[in-house]
Write a protein that binds this ligand. Structure first.
Ligand SMILES: *[C@@H]1O[C@H](CO)[C@@H](O)[C@H](O)[C@H]1NC(C)=O
Ligand SMILES: *[C@@H]1O[C@H](CO)[C@@H](O)[C@H](O)[C@H]1NC(C)=O
Length: 450
């Protein structure tokens, strides 16, 4: 071959190399995005448009609290007060399930669990759902999953050999039914949607005490939960050919109306620049736990025992990234130290906490009159890993409500944990979660709807 090289061959060689190069470029379709819709924008019953920002936050605090409480290990003491709230989230995902006809609905986005389930038509115990439940019998692509399917975990079998599921949440909430496979479609814009065949999910026929964070009754529009945890049954793992077990996100600063965000998967999940990386702590729980060594306020290291953030042998404690939470939630002893130091920071400017008003947050101040000098401290989370410090700007630590502002970190009632980093404190960074590498990376970035 070499003896026959001519200028023509050289150009065809270049052409061949170019073609080879193009062929090895990662397939642009091997990735996708899920639109995260803030509940404040779509849940017109819980969040009517005429709510004040303070009232909106009252309800958001309730959602985040309910969510973090549902992560507790449930002991009889925890059942007081007996409210029938279940897992919730400040974000929902729109989806279509089935084919000819497909059923359009919303699912709660949950990065803290693996389970995806949807209430199915014909349920024995049902929660109210505007628009009705998924009419699986009408869909041309519905299949019940047999007991020997690899995703039939645990092997819970019907006498007919079908795979069953049964999930118990806190507060006596329960969902059970038939493990099934369907066509899932995630729309973004009208022209832009992506479909996946044979996605395994729970078709829920027995749903007891299910309320997605608030008693909505007939105004409920959420049909179930989409699990984006790290376990084998999660959507992340099932669609691993497209997700490559990685996703990235970048939340935009709060505004009204609240902006959409996206979860980017697979080749679309990117991080650039001088990013920092911290290892995921794996203990067989689908939640994204990391090692938090300490917290600083401005440059002052807070005297918090790091053991308060450690994931213990009985799986209590721990510190996790939780996009389904809005506010960050800290175990009580850690929160009290933070509160003390925030308070002493503002007392240096002669500012006292507001005590004579009922507010959704525990520590609030009057905004000083114009011209009076003061500053709002940043908060830094020091994670395991080289320089893995997440500096949260004061504008993401405090929220203004007209003439007052509040620390938007929530305390847990005890030290059981987990502590959760919520999405409102993730603003100003892009994050990449890589389950295969077992890492979370982050880099400062101000995103505009990306
Ligand atoms: C908001 O509007 C609803 C009717 O849409 C009304 O019932 C309610 O009182 C209003 N709330 C406020 C705070 O204005
Ligand atoms: C999956 O559902 C979408 C939306 O209804 C539809 O466009 C698509 O044809 C379906 N795919 C299959 C294989 O049935």
């Amino acid at each position: 071959m070499a003896s026959r090289i001519s200028s023509c061959d050289v150009s065809s060689l270049v052409y061949t190399l170019l073609l080879l190069f193009l062929l090895t470029i990662p397939n642009a379709t091997n990735g996708f995005k899920l639109k995260l819709i803030p509940r404040t924008e779509i849940d017109s019953f819980l969040f009517p448009k005429n709510l004040s920002l303070l009232e909106t936050h009252k309800r958001l605090v309730q959602l985040t609290r309910t969510r973090s409480l549902s992560f507790n290990q449930i002991t009889p003491e925890n059942l007081k007060p007996r409210v029938t709230n279940v897992l919730t989230s400040v974000y929902v995902v729109q989806m279509l399930i089935g084919t000819d006809p497909s059923f359009s609905t919303f699912l709660l986005m949950d990065s803290g669990s693996d389970d995806t389930w949807i209430q199915c038509d014909g349920c024995v115990n049902c929660f109210p759902l505007g628009g009705g439940s998924f009419k699986y019998r009408a869909s041309k692509t519905y299949k019940a999953v047999s007991c020997n399917h690899p995703l039939c975990i645990p092997k819970l079998c019907s006498p007919q050999g079908l795979c069953l599921y049964s999930i118990r949440y806190g507060y006596n909430a329960f969902s059970g039914g038939i493990v099934s496979a369907e066509n899932f479609t995630f729309p973004d814009t009208v022209e832009d949607s992506i479909s996946f065949q044979n996605v395994v999910f729970g078709c829920g026929f027995d749903n007891q005490n299910i309320q997605f964070g608030a008693p909505l009754g007939e105004h409920n529009f959420i049909a179930g939960i989409i699990g984006l945890g790290a376990g084998s049954r999660s959507i992340l793992s099932q669609l691993s050919a497209s997700t490559n077990l990685r996703f990235s996100y970048c939340f935009t600063p709060y505004s009204s109306p609240a902006p959409y965000s996206y979860l980017w998967f697979g080749e679309d999940a990117r991080i650039n620049g001088d990013f920092k990386t911290t290892p995921l702590v794996e203990r067989g729980i689908p939640r994204y736990y990391v090692n938090l060594k300490k917290i600083s306020l401005n440059d002052i290291e807070l005297p918090i025992d790091p053991l308060l953030f450690a994931l213990r042998d009985d799986l209590s404690g721990g510190f996790a990234f939780d996009t389904g939470s809005g506010q960050t939630t800290l175990v009580n002893s850690a929160y009290q130290v933070l509160k003390l130091f925030v308070d002493s920071h503002f007392s240096e400017f002669g500012m006292d906490p507001i005590t004579d008003r009922e507010l959704p947050y525990d520590l609030c101040y009057h905004v000083p009159s114009a011209g009076k000098e003061y500053s709002r401290p940043s908060m830094t989370y020091h994670f395991d890993g080289d320089g893995a410090d997440l500096v949260v700007d004061g504008s993401q630590v405090f929220q203004d409500f007209d003439d007052i502002f509040c620390l938007i970190v929530l305390p847990r009632s005890n030290d059981e944990g987990p502590s959760l980093l919520g999405s409102y404190q993730m603003v100003g960074y892009r994050f990449l979660t890589d389950v295969r590498q077992k890492t979370i990376s982050f880099v400062p970035e101000m995103c505009s709807n990306a």
